[in-house]
Every structure is written in C-alpha cells, then in structure tokens.
Write a protein that binds this ligand. Structure first.
Ligand SMILES: [Zn+2]
Ligand SMILES: [Zn+2]
Length: 452
C-alpha cells in the first residue's frame, strides 16, 4: 500500500507535468526502440486526476458549479478507461501496421537521433492527426468512432478523457502515411505526446491566450470544436498546431457574443457507457440507409444511395451539397440542417439519492483500482485472470452507467454481476475481494432495492 502511495506521488513529477504541454526537448524524447518509448499516458494519468480535482475545486469556489457534474464526469472518466482496454500491450493499435510498412516500404533510413527528423515527426503526426480527426467527423460512418468524445454536454478536463473505444481503428490509415519516413519509436512518441497535449485544452477556465492563439490549439479554439452551435460545426480539428485549420479553411474563432454550447447536435440522454460508445454505428450504418420520407418511400433507394449514407458526411441527405477533401466528401455548408441552440438548454441529469451516489462513487473507485492494477500487468496475466479483470472493469463501468441513468434495471444488473464476481473470487480463493463484493451485494439488496 505504502509503495503504491509512493508511486502515486513519484508520478507527480515536474517531468511528467511537462509532458502535458509537449514541453520537451528532442534529445530527452529520442528512443531507438519501440520498447524504450515510455507509456506517456500512464505516466501522466496521476496528473490528470490531480488537475481534474483542482479544476472541480476552482469551479466550485468561483461559483461555476454548473460547469461540471458528477454523473457526466464519471461517464467521461470511465470512457477514458474503456478506450485504453482494446490496445495490445498498451500500445497504439496502429503500431502493428505502421511498423510493417516501415520495415518493408520505407523510402530511406531516417536517422533517429536527428533533431530535424524529430521536428519532421512532430509535424507529420500533427498533420496526420488533423486529417484523421477531420475524417472521423466528416467521412460518414467514421463519425461513429469519434462521437463519444463529443457526447458530453459539459466542457471540462474530464471531457478530454471521454474517448471512443475504437477510435484508433478509424485513424490508423492516416498515421500509416508517415510510416514511409518516420521511424516507429519516433512516431509512437509524437503520437502519445500529441494526445497528452490535448488534455489541458479541455476547460472553460482558461481564456484566450493572446499571440499563442495564432499557431497553437488552445482551450478557446477547442471549445469551438466541441460546440453544437451552427458556427462551431466541423471546425478546429487541430491537435497541437491550429495552423492546419487555418491552411485548410476549417478555422473558426470563439465568439464572445455566442459562447459554444456543448454536446452532439442531437444529444443522447443517457450515461450508459457501452450504448454511448456504440449506438452511432447502428444509426449511421443500419438505420440511416433505411430511412423513409413522409410518403413512406426509401430516402436512399438502391445499393449506391445506401452506400452514400455510410460514406457521405453524417449530415448528408438527398439535395445537400458536398465537396471533395482528401479521399472523402465534406459538407459545402456545415451549418446546413443544424438547429439553432434552444432558448433554455436542459441537460440530462437524473437525481440520485444519497445511497445511490455513495454506491456509484464506491464502484468507480473499485473500477479505478482494478484498472490501475490491470494496465501495467496485463501482458503477464494468465488468460483467465486477464478476462476476469476485463469482465470486472467493463461490468463495473456499465453498472455505474445504469445507476447514473436511474435505470430500473440497475440494481438487478448489479446483483447478477456481483454473484458472478463472487463466484470467480471464491474460485480464485481471494478472500478480500469476496468480502468486498459480498458487502456490495448486501448493500444493493437491502438499500438500493428498498430505499427509493
Ligand atoms: Zn472531434
Ligand atoms: Zn476534444
């Protein structure tokens, strides 16, 4: 326990803090082998937690309580955990195809220790991020990989961690474009630092930053990206440098007279984590091609028209004008069909009673502990233990979502889940966890089912 506490504080080092802002030198972040590249996201994760807590305190002290909400923040944090689970050995999904192309098709042997190649790697990854991010917004069903990140009606540091579980499958192609030149360890380093940089820009506390606004992606620019106001749609796709948006015509400055209102154009009123991750694959890939007009005729008749629904922008309907960009088509006028912001914005916020709140937060703490135990050891676990961890983490996160939604199935789902976990813990002869889950079962049965 003491060692874990010690590690927690060791990770709050100044070096790890600098990673949050890409404040590094080429020399200290040059690695010759993929295995040597640190797991940057894991290294900074304790800073994430501390800064999230700090932001919540500041928001409360400055009377901006409405800028965050426990149910929304828990949903974002658990989405962050889910998004790390599909990675093989904790590495980027794209690394396998990236390394294969580099090994077999690289144009030349770029010197890994060259400062120029380091900067080229930085620019290449930032451009690849811009293109990939734009594709997962505009290229039809690709949006389903990314909409999770935009599903929060709030905008704070937790929103940064609300990531799509399968987003990387939608962005791999663009990163592989770099693989003809940039060595894999350098790609991996810049990919991680580029991602980590985007944490701090998710907040409403930091105002416009003067001259930095010209070339850096800042909180102000990214607030626009998360807005659902018509002027914010399909704008500011940048990762670190806003220059790509300025070059490709997708830049839009934040308007003081019309502050962004956050979320999806049509918000999904749920905190169900797996539903939020997956619903849009069905909506865009299955429901949209089958839509009917007011005369009950197919809106997209025939195979080719149906194919259009999954390749054209999510806002595409017959008659809507599009234009080409890279290999896909984007909206000629992204504001087309976007409803204005309603007079009174009502956010999804079911009220939990005290017992439910205590229980949900406790489950979240258990999920975090299991997740932190699982990540560094996942490569060395037996299959049964690996699956047990995955099952425990995912089902706990799902249970949290049911409770936050005040779903009528929440307590029943929880009882079945706990019975399965208790059976496993008895099999694994883990007395501590058996006791924890048994107590949870009693709590759920007597308090959550009886007190309403
Ligand atoms: Zn986005
Ligand atoms: Zn974002």
């Amino acid at each position: 326990m003491y060692e874990k506490m010690q590690k927690f504080f060791d990770d709050l080092s100044f070096t790890n803090f600098r990673y949050l802002f890409y404040f590094v030198t080429p020399n200290e972040t040059t690695y010759y082998r993929v295995e040597d590249v640190p797991h940057f996201t894991e290294r900074v994760s304790n800073w994430f937690l501390v800064l999230i807590l700090l932001e919540a305190i500041v928001l409360n002290l400055t009377g901006k309580k409405r800028k965050n909400s426990l149910n929304d923040s828990l949903t974002s944090l658990t989405a962050g955990m889910l998004s790390q689970l599909p990675k093989f050995g904790g590495r980027a999904i794209s690394l396998i195809s990236y390394s294969y192309i580099y090994e077999n098709f690289r144009l030349f042997d770029a010197p890994v220790d060259s400062v120029w190649i380091w900067f080229l790697g930085f620019l290449a990854q930032d451009l690849a991020y811009y293109l990939a991010h734009r594709a997962i917004h505009e290229a039809g069903v690709f949006w389903a990989f990314h909409q999770m990140h935009h599903s929060s009606e709030y905008y704070n540091l937790t929103t940064a961690l609300r990531q799509g579980m399968f987003q990387e499958f939608g962005t791999t192609f663009f990163e592989c474009l770099e693989s003809f030149v940039i060595p894999p360890p350098m790609f991996l380093t810049h990919k991680a630092l580029n991602t980590v940089y985007q944490f701090w820009i998710h907040n409403e506390l930091i105002p416009k930053l003067g001259p930095l606004e010209y070339f850096l992606n800042t909180p102000s620019h990214h607030r626009v990206h998360h807005g659902r106001n018509p002027y914010c749609i399909d704008k500011n796709y940048a990762g670190v440098l806003i220059i790509w948006d300025r070059i490709f015509g997708t830049f839009e400055a934040e308007r003081e007279e019309e502050k962004p209102v956050y979320g999806l154009v049509t918000n999904v009123k749920t905190f169900n984590p797996l539903y939020l991750q997956l619903f849009d694959f069905k909506e865009l890939g299955w429901d949209k091609p089958r839509m009917k007009d007011s005369n009950h005729k197919d809106l997209f008749p025939g195979f080719l028209n149906k194919l259009k629904t999954v390749l054209m922008p999510p806002g595409y309907f017959p008659g809507v004008e599009t234009k080409p960009f890279f290999w896909w088509r984007c909206m000629k006028d992204p504001t087309e069909g976007i409803p204005p912001i309603e007079e009174k914005v009502v956010k999804h916020n079911p009220r939990l009673n005290l017992w439910e709140t205590v229980y949900t937060v406790a489950q979240f703490v258990i999920a975090i502990i299991a997740y932190k135990e699982f990540l560094p050891t996942r490569d060395s676990l037996s299959w049964i233990t690996f699956l047990a961890y995955l099952g425990c983490i995912i089902s706990t996160i799902q249970a949290i979502g049911y409770f936050l939604d005040k779903s009528p199935y929440a307590a029943r789902f929880e009882i079945v889940r706990l019975l399965i976990l208790i059976t496993y813990c008895l099999y694994a002869e883990n007395v501590l966890l058996t006791t924890v889950f048994l107590s949870a079962l009693v709590y759920t049965y007597y308090l959550l089912l009886s007190v309403k």
